[in-house]
Design a protein around this ligand. Structure first.
Ligand code: ARG
Length: 628
């Protein structure tokens, strides 16, 4: 008994000695330039951060007081590995300011930088400083990453309270492809922000209080098929809405009747209120089903109606503060002249002149608008949730709306990191808006179903002998993964073409390719007879090994910058490059047939590749199957 305890004690001490040694190695490199100890050396630093610190020290040695205060030299990955791994334009930036020749300054900086354990330096072109990372340094960074459960991704130093507003479909209206994009991008941003240490609140701001309820109420009372409603509530309500819409066009007397239903609802009629509540309930049930298939959830479902009581006082307050005023019976916010006209969201250019486009917050008939609700919603989020950041994942056509909302907040003296995370459209193969064959908007449920069916065919071909239940689970992971990855690997601002064959292909930058890469790595470990134990140190000699390590240690750089720019495509293309680096490595370097330290290193690289692929895809909400 004591022997076992003693063994564990020694083992743990040993492990922590190894860990300390690794961190000490990284921090020794940091401190050998007598950089002031401002950071916690237990924190995992990325290579550019390490180089930035060292470069700052060298710059201050060379320039002394002439170094502008707070200057942080940028160290970025090189576009072309022939010029090294990273580069900095700091010498060029500073040469102008201190009036010297950039190459001469770079030469001095290199001298002050001295011999570095991390990299060899050279000067290129007009004064770029190129850094070529030493293989031993890649090895020690990889070792540190291997022993870090966060895989080298540090927690943010400035945690925010961030509300992410995404998905937000409208009750009894079709959930269109724009909602698909919002749902997938918003969910990923939430996962990324949480992982980086922010407090994240996801809120599904559904459109549950619109004029569509006039027609829905009439339809519910007169034509609704309860059986259909029980089967598929979203489709049933949509069918009612469409039917009443058509009937209104044919029979002019129906429109005022349905309007009257809306007015009754708005003035609190019990029957209409209870039908309205039922509509929302059944819609939520339908939506929950879709979200659970997608593995997406929300902390709150505060739809537009949640703010109804806040709208009237909000408008009064804006009038009292002189921010809003009456115009043709409506209450509007006009430009306050703060911005240049070209940046002013309350102005547009018409025939060479700037004309006002006010935000209407109360109509002449007393009704409130989308903008009013969004102002009230923002208030609630900043006061109730204490949010300092609110990100709206909504299509690009609403750009003006959000610019106006954020500008009204500026007029009210409310500030924060308010962002419209916009995106372009999804197009069909014909480059026209993505529609079904009959010309209808494509429903998210149909897209999911078709993706899983198509993925099942791929799996059937690839692994006909897999047990049926596993086939079903893998098809789900591959199909849904394919939709998500196709979305996330696009630059969100550009329109993209929805192409089933491309997104489900086993080659190229697709989810199935990455899932298959993961499966390949994992299969290596099923072939070794002993339990894999992480080695204490790695020795990188082959180019393909070094390149794989280079890609692996970049994970800690890529994840934070993906969130900073709200650009999931950065992480997506990183994962694709990593998988490709793995495949080249696997072709060039035998793993199972190698021996001793080489085998240990290669197995460790494989293991870490699997962890990063799985983790990265998990940030996208994509499951990695163990076999496929
Ligand atoms: N329901 C809106 C639509 O379908 C999107 C809502 C976005 N969020 C917001 N706070 N405005 O266009």
């Amino acid at each position: 008994m004591w022997n076992i305890l003693l063994f564990y004690h020694i083992k743990n001490t040993y492990i922590s000695i190894i860990k300390t040694r690794l961190y000490a190695r990284v921090s020794a490199i940091l401190f050998d330039k007598s950089v002031i100890n401002v950071y916690n050396c237990r924190r995992h630093m990325t290579i550019p951060q390490i180089l930035t610190k060292q470069l700052s020290a060298a710059l201050s040695t060379v320039l002394g007081d002439a170094l502008p205060e707070g200057f942080i030299p940028a160290v970025t990955p090189s576009q072309d590995l022939r010029f090294g791994d990273y580069q900095s334009n700091a010498a060029m930036m500073l040469a102008k300011q201190v009036r010297t020749n950039p190459r001469a300054l770079a030469t001095q900086v290199l001298e002050a930088f001295g011999e570095s354990e991390a990299a060899t330096l050279e000067i290129a072109g007009p004064g770029f400083i190129n850094f070529r990372i030493r293989p031993e340094f890649f090895a020690s960074m990889t070792e540190a990453m291997m022993n870090d459960e966060r895989l080298g991704v540090a927690l943010t130093e400035q945690p925010k309270t961030l509300v992410i507003d995404f998905s937000a479909p409208n009750v009894a209206k079709p959930m269109h492809v724009g909602h698909i994009r919002s749902t997938i991008i918003g969910d990923t941003l939430g996962r990324l922000a949480r992982f980086l240490g922010h407090t994240v609140i996801t809120d599904n701001h559904i459109g549950d209080w619109g004029t569509q309820f006039g027609m829905i109420l009439w339809g519910w009372k007169n034509i609704l098929n309860q059986e259909e409603l029980a089967k598929d509530p979203i489709e049933a309500l949509l069918a009612v809405y469409k039917e009443v819409n058509t009937r209104c066009k044919e029979d002019a007397s129906l429109l005022p009747v349905s309007k009257a239903e809306l007015v009754k609802l708005q003035s609190g009629d019990e029957e209409n209120l209870s039908i309205w509540k039922r509509c929302i309930e059944v819609t939520k049930i339908g939506l929950e089903k879709i979200y659970s298939q997608l593995d997406i959830s929300f902390d709150y479902w505060l739809g537009e109606s949640a703010y109804n009581d806040a709208l009237a006082p909000l408008v009064e307050d804006l009038i009292a503060k002189g921010i809003a005023r009456e115009s043709d019976g409506a209450i509007c916010v006009f430009s306050d002249g703060f911005h240049k006209p070209q940046n002013d969201p309350f102005l547009v250019q018409k025939d060479g002149e700037w004309v006002p486009v006010p935000a209407i917050i109360r109509k002449a008939d007393g009704g409130f608008l989308y903008a009013t609700t969004d102002l009230a919603t923002l208030d609630y989020r900043t006061t109730h949730f204490n949010a300092d950041s609110i990100w709206y994942v909504v299509g690009a056509p609403q750009e003006k709306h959000f610019k106006q909302i954020f500008d009204i907040e500026r007029m009210r003296g409310v500030s924060g990191d308010f962002r419209h995370v916009a995106f372009g459209s999804i197009l069909g193969k014909d480059r026209r808006p993505f529609k079904t064959r009959s010309g209808d908007t494509v429903s998210l449920q149909d897209v999911i179903d078709e993706a899983v069916t198509r993925a099942a065919k791929v799996i059937e071909e690839k692994s006909p002998d897999m047990p049926e239940d596993e086939k079903a689970a893998v098809s789900q992971a591959v199909g849904i993964g394919a939709i998500k990855f196709a979305e996330l690997s696009q630059n969100r601002m550009s329109d993209y073409i929805f192409d089933w064959d491309k997104m489900l292909a086993l080659t190229g930058d697709t989810a199935p390719y990455l899932q298959n890469s993961y499966v390949r790595v994992r299969s290596i470990f099923r072939k070794i007879d002993t339990q894999f134990v992480k080695p204490q140190s790695l020795t990188l000699t082959e180019d393909a090994e070094i390149h794989l390590a280079r890609m692996l240690v970049r994970y800690g750089e890529v994840v934070p910058s993906t969130l900073d720019d709200c650009r999931p495509n950065l992480l997506a293309s990183y994962l694709y490059d990593l998988a490709r680096a793995f495949h080249s490595f696997y072709e060039a370097c035998p793993v199972l047939k190698s021996e001793g330290a080489t085998r240990e290193t290669r197995l460790a690289l494989c293991d870490l590749t699997a962890s990063v692929l799985k983790h990265g895809m998990c940030l996208f909400g994509i499951t990695m199957p163990e076999r496929m």
